[in-house]
Design a protein around this ligand. Structure first.
Ligand SMILES: C[S@@+](CC[C@H](N)C(=O)[O-])C[C@H]1O[C@@H](n2cnc3c(N)ncnc32)[C@H](O)[C@@H]1O
Length: 270
């Protein structure tokens, strides 16, 4: 299966996620994100028993490291459907792996084939969408009986709740994390939709200067800076805050609670 489906009707999907995978800079940022995130994701896949013959869907596949991992572990009898509104970073994978199929489209309007998958996975995607409930419902109906969803999504509660945060953190990072509220209710939502074996593994993340996590955010703030300049929406006070926040990310004495990661898995009754 090497055909690529394109949902052009809604492929723009601007929503709340302004970064575009087609730029080289975003390709690099997605690789940094994968280096941080892949070990926990692979551990999650192994815990579910992903193996030969599984039919998988990766929603918001980004740079594609998990598409590649799944493709290699499900083998020729399995498949990986990789969905993203911009599949630029995934095209080489599709060529190299015959069991990978790309679907380019907006998750807020895209229909997945019903009763088709043993696993539907997303990572750092639902948290950015205006329609996460719709995507969850679509993912559940796309599962085969006995199939799994595995969602790894971040919640910005710790940043919001921080008393007396450093000023640049309050000006830059708190507003970035403010919309990330979906993950806290995800396990309850899955239970209410009749899923079984629901489990929510929760990890807290501090933002500590000089760490790989801080380096990812330093790079991301570079993208934010570039975006506001090219968009003609630069504002001097915010640019100062951005520069100060960037400097804090290099400072090992800077350490604040920032996010909570929910790794939620659940099974469709068999
Ligand atoms: C933060 S990246 C995460 C990439 C990948 N899941 C990972 O963790 O390495 C978010 C991804 O979701 C995609 N995305 C954002 N909004 C989308 C939408 N409405 N429909 C489809 N994909 C979307 C982006 O293009 C991007 O590839």
């Amino acid at each position: 299966m090497a055909d690529r489906t394109t949902d052009r009707t809604a492929a723009s999907g601007a929503g709340r996620y302004p970064l575009r995978n087609s730029s080289d800079r975003e390709g690099t940022r997605l690789k940094l994100l994968e280096q941080l995130s892949d070990p926990a994701t692979v551990a999650g896949f192994e815990a579910l028993g992903v193996g030969l013959g599984w039919q998988c869907a990766e929603l918001g596949a980004g740079g594609g490291s998990m598409v590649q991992w799944l493709s290699e572990h499900v083998g020729g009898g399995g498949s990986v459907t990789a969905v993203d509104r911009d599949t630029t970073q995934l095209r080489a994978l599709e060529t190299a792996h015959p069991n990978v199929r790309l679907v380019e489209g907006d998750l807020c309007t895209l229909a997945l084939p019903p009763d088709s998958f043993d696993l539907v996975h997303s990572r750092s995607v639902l948290m950015h969408l205006e329609c996460p409930e719709r995507v969850v419902a679509e993912a559940l109906s796309a599962l085969r009986p006995g199939g799994w969803v595995f969602f790894e999504e971040t919640d910005g509660a710790p940043a919001q709740e921080l008393a007396d945060p450093p000023r640049p953190f309050a000006q830059v990072m708190v507003p970035i994390a403010a919309p990330w509220r979906f993950a806290r209710g995800l396990a309850g939502l899955l239970e209410s939709l009749g899923m079984t074996e629901v489990r929510d593994d929760v990890s807290e993340y501090r933002l500590v200067g000089g760490t790989p996590y801080a380096a990812f955010w330093r790079y991301t703030l570079g993208s934010v800076s570039e975006m506001i300049r090219t968009g003609g929406i630069a504002e001097p006070a915010f640019e100062v805050a951005l520069a100060q926040m960037t400097a804090l990310l290099d400072d090992p004495s800077f350490s604040v609670p920032f996010t909570v990661r929910h790794r939620v898995r659940a099974r469709r009754p068999g």
